[in-house]
Design a protein around this ligand. Structure first.
Ligand code: PLP
Length: 433
């Protein structure tokens, strides 16, 4: 038999046998090591907050927390995830353009480090909720700066956006800030984009964000006790892309952090990272059900597809680009030419990989979409065609742990209510349980 893919010494055949497919498999030790490596290369004053959005699994969050990460959350469930994973409220930031009253109230009641406020309307609501509770709401302002950056997969700044408050508006919002007496504005957050591969871009962003933070705090008269420089550090997915070098990031960023920390002793300096921390050590594992050919092209139809991995369609690009895909049990076998890897959905868009060079495939083969630990199932249409959420397994110290059970028919139908039209014959009795 050909060499097979292993995680921490455990073979994929056995893992797929034990947990079934489709399956998300995370190398937990790899994730923790990656966090520690990055942290060791960054200035100690720079705290790293894990953006749960990238992978909201509670055990992944707990793992990163145990390695030293804080948490950046954007919904009630993410907040509760971080808290149950053991993150202290003072190490949690809550961010997002459409926070509910309940979410804001929970931030105040739990005592999170800060609410990242994204509009002046929101500021007034935070003020109202803080007044009701007789507390001072810790708030940092998310700013949509005038400047923009090149080199990001999705640019955030310098454009009309629902995120943050325009720099210009903020400069004329002194009256609103003054009126919100139960809000304690004490810092600034800027997030300029995602999938940034060039460390120089991250450092350049940071320099401009530090400058902007000082300018705003001086003009609007609030203390600078927290500056969140966003992050958006990416990983290479496609041909011609290169992973950012964390050592280079440290070399470029650390002097800026040191300089800012000198001028603002005691201020919390924060970087938010999602994708960079979790993408590389996750594999989406599917099993080939059928192979076929159509009009001269070969297809391997697998038991999971873009319903669990929407990003594999080719993030933010017009032309289909493939994530790295491997025949997990045939690592030594020669390529047999191009294969289209598709899933169970009834749409031609359900294409995990287009014309991927792979060995001869047969029904039953396991395929892995690599670098899939970020923006996987939680960012995919998991209910499309009612296949539901896949299982998730976290490997730690050579042992697999099931950290999320796959949905089954009952778990999905259990959320629905059968309402029959009055003249309907009714369901077949044996199915109506
Ligand atoms: C999505 C998001 C992140 C995480 O982005 P990554 O590219 O996964 O690191 C961080 N901050 C904000 C404001 C975000 O919207």
């Amino acid at each position: 038999m050909s060499r097979e893919f292993t995680v921490q010494g455990v073979g994929i055949t056995a893992l797929a046998e034990e947990f079934g497919t489709p399956l998300y498999l995370y190398d937990g030790d790899g994730i923790a090591d990656r966090f520690r490596e990055l942290k060791s290369l960054l200035h100690p004053a720079l705290e790293v907050f894990y953006s749960l959005k990238a992978n909201p699994n509670i055990s992944v969050c707990a793992l990163l927390h145990s390695a030293g990460a804080r948490a950046e959350v954007s919904s009630m469930a993410e907040l509760v995830t971080a808290l149950r994973a053991g993150v202290q409220p003072r190490d949690i930031l809550f961010l997002g353009p459409g926070k509910s009253r309940e979410e804001l109230a929970a931030c105040l009641d739990e005592g999170v480090a800060a609410i990242v406020c994204e509009s002046l309307d929101e500021l007034e609501l935070i003020d109202e909720l803080a007044l009701e509770r007789g507390v001072l709401a810790p708030v940092v302002l998310r700013v949509n700066p005038e400047f923009t950056v090149k080199g990001s997969g999705l640019t955030m700044g310098g454009k009309p956006r629902q995120f943050g408050i325009d720099e210009e508006q903020l400069l004329s919002a002194q009256a609103v800030l003054d009126r919100c007496g139960a809000v304690r504005v004490h810092g600034v957050q800027v997030y300029l984009g995602t999938r940034i591969l060039d460390p120089a871009v991250v450092a350049d962003n940071a320099r401009r964000i530090f400058e902007l933070a000082e300018l705003l705090s001086a003009k609007l008269g609030f203390p600078l006790e927290l500056v969140d420089i966003g992050g958006g550090l990416g990983v290479a997915y496609f041909d011609n892309e290169q992973d950012p070098d964390p050592a280079v990031l440290g070399e470029l960023l650390n002097p800026l952090v040191a300089d800012f920390a000198d001028r603002h002793p005691g201020a919390r300096l924060i970087m938010e990272l999602g994708r960079y921390l979790v993408a590389v050590h996750g594999t989406y594992v599917v099993r080939v059900r059928y192979t076929k050919s159509s009009m001269g092209e070969r297809f391997a139809v697998a038991d999971g597809g873009t319903n669990h991995h929407m990003a594999a369609v080719g993030i933010g690009s017009f032309v289909k680009r493939n994530f790295p895909i491997t025949a997990l049990q045939r690592l030594d076998e020669p390529d047999s030419g191009p294969w289209n890897i598709t899933g169970p959905l009834c749409t031609p868009n359900d294409l995990l990989g287009k014309k991927v060079s792979l060995p001869e495939l047969r029904p039953g083969d396991l395929l892995g979409v690599e670098r899939s630990g970020a923006y996987g199932p939680s960012a995919s249409p998991v209910y499309f065609l009612s296949h539901g959420y896949p299982a998730e397994v976290l490997m730690l110290g050579g042992r697999p742990h099931l950290v999320r059970e796959r949905d089954d028919t009952e778990s999905m139908l259990g959320r629905q209510h059968l309402h029959l039209p009055a003249d309907a014959a009714g369901p077949t009795p044996e199915r109506n349980q």
